[in-house]
Design a protein. Structure first.
Length: 355
């Protein structure tokens, strides 16, 4: 089972070398890192994973190659995801990963590109500074510019963020869910919840351990979620089986489950996403609420592709719900559009547009 929805076929894994040092935008995500180069578009899309030597921390593999090693390495190699809940959990590994990705898309190792980097709206000042420092240590020209993910996602989805009208974006990522109402280039109401695709994967793993007595790995849990997980009743419920390790005997085993059981297991993280939307709507001024009833809610992020999530939000809020043209790349596309149109977005977002 392969998570195709987390891998756009035309872009994922492709790397185009860029001559010279051009401005870059980076979506430094919990699950995947995407790099957009000004004038080129998205040039890199890789898992945010590093396989490193356990003794000295030297990277052995980065990105997709490292992800394939997860659960299959000897003790001397550890596989690390340097970001958790949308923020840096391991600064040194994150800096090495980011440096590697920058070198993959620039022909000169000493290139010092300007960088716009995306962060969740709910990060603290310390976490924000950690992201800036990681980018600068990785080779970005100081200062690295920070843009909040919901703003970038809204721009990438084509919402009229600069106009005096309300737009609502729900970005369900690997580690966080970002909900924001935007108007006149600013955030009017927002809610950041550290719940996303990772928590859904954990819910799937917990379900099989507790209810079926079978332990499955992280990658398989993600695949089961993508193929069989849902947030709203299906037209036709089905049954399936998944291989794993019997927790009582320690031997290989299989567990039979239904899509209804899996939906119940996913209900807690899905409800957290729905609650974040409701809290944001409650904080929205009445004038903008009228706009939202007409425009609806726009979904972005890999987690938004969970089957039935849009239907669940429609049922819970009574509002129209739309999917961004490309949910998986909306954030980096938005940050890239800021790079391409600094005269329009730079001053609006950063206060002063870089030269």
């Amino acid at each position: 089972m392969v998570d195709q929805r987390n891998r756009p076929p035309a872009r994922r894994g492709s790397r185009r070398i860029v001559l010279g040092a051009r401005d870059v935008a980076v979506d430094l995500g919990t699950a995947n890192t995407l790099v957009y180069v000004r004038g080129e578009g998205i040039v890199l899309d890789e898992p945010s994973v590093v396989a490193a030597n356990a003794l000295d921390g030297t990277p052995v593999a980065v990105g997709r190659e490292a992800k394939r090693m997860a659960g299959r390495t000897p003790d001397r190699i550890k596989v690390v995801r340097p970001l958790k809940d949308g923020v840096i959990a391991d600064f040194d590994v994150c800096e090495k990963m980011l440096r590697y990705f920058i070198q993959q898309v620039h022909s000169r190792k000493w290139a010092k590109p300007r960088m716009v980097i995306c962060v969740p709206s709910g990060v603290t000042g310390v976490e924000r500074r950690a992201v800036q420092e990681a980018a600068e240590y990785a080779g970005a020209r100081p200062p690295a510019y920070i843009i909040e993910e919901p703003m970038a996602a809204a721009i990438g989805a084509g919402l009229p963020v600069a106009e005096p009208t309300g737009s609502m974006i729900v970005d369900v990522g690997g580690g966080t869910t970002e909900v924001a109402v935007l108007s006149l280039g600013g955030v009017v109401a927002a809610q950041s919840s550290r719940v996303g695709g990772d928590e859904m994967d954990d819910a799937v793993k917990g379900f099989f351990k507790k209810e079926k007595g079978v332990d499955i790995g992280d990658r398989l849990a993600e695949e089961v979620k993508v193929r069989f997980g849902s947030a709203h009743p299906l037209v036709q419920e089905i049954r399936a089986e998944v291989p794993g390790r019997n927790m009582r005997t320690g031997l290989p085993d299989k567990a039979v489950f239904s899509t209804r059981e899996l939906r119940e297991a996913l209900d807690e993280p899905v409800s957290d996403v729905v609650d974040a939307v409701k809290v944001t709507l409650d904080r929205t001024p009445p004038e903008l609420a009228v706009d939202l009833m007409e425009r609806g809610i726009t979904l972005a992020g890999g987690g938004s592709l969970l089957i039935g999530l849009a239907d669940r939000l429609r049922a819970e809020t009574g509002m129209p719900v739309w999917m961004a043209p490309d949910p998986l790349t909306a954030v980096v596309e938005g940050a890239g559009r800021v790079l391409e149109e600094f005269s329009r977005f730079g001053e609006l977002i950063f206060g002063d547009a870089p030269e």
